[in-house]
Ligand binder design. Structure first.
Ligand SMILES: [Mg+2]
Length: 120
């Protein structure tokens, strides 16, 4: 499996990267929505996108909106949220996110959500 991690936090990206690596999965890292768009335009074989909410340049919700308008990718997207974003979850699901994970999360939660999305 090849996962695109979109998060401005290097620490978060590294932690997720290690979780994926331990299970022999590949990952790419984009620091914001713009980098994600650039990667998606040249990289093939990505199975899942993990998308952070708050990021500079293009944040998570803006990325979803741009993707909805420009149809950049149909790869399933899992939104990474914080507790205080819970009331806005319906909105991002409407905008094209397949699932969401509340930070901080364990490896078990990450993989069960990925499995859930891939089985949809
Ligand atoms: Mg962030």
């Amino acid at each position: 499996m090849k996962v695109l991690i979109v998060d401005d936090s290097k620490t978060v990206a590294q932690v997720i990267g290690v979780m994926l690596k331990e299970e022999h999965h590949l990952h790419l890292w984009a620091k914001n929505g713009q980098e994600a768009i650039d990667i998606l335009k040249k990289e093939s074989g990505i199975d899942i996108i993990l998308l952070d909410w708050n990021m500079p340049v293009i944040d998570g919700p803006s990325f979803l909106q741009i993707n909805k308008d420009q149809k950049i990718t149909s790869i399933p997207i899992i939104m990474l949220t914080t507790e205080n974003k819970c009331d806005k979850i319906t909105k991002i699901m409407d905008m094209g996110a397949s699932e969401y994970i509340t930070k901080p999360f364990t490896k078990d939660i990450l993989f069960s959500k990925i499995q859930m999305v891939l089985n949809k």
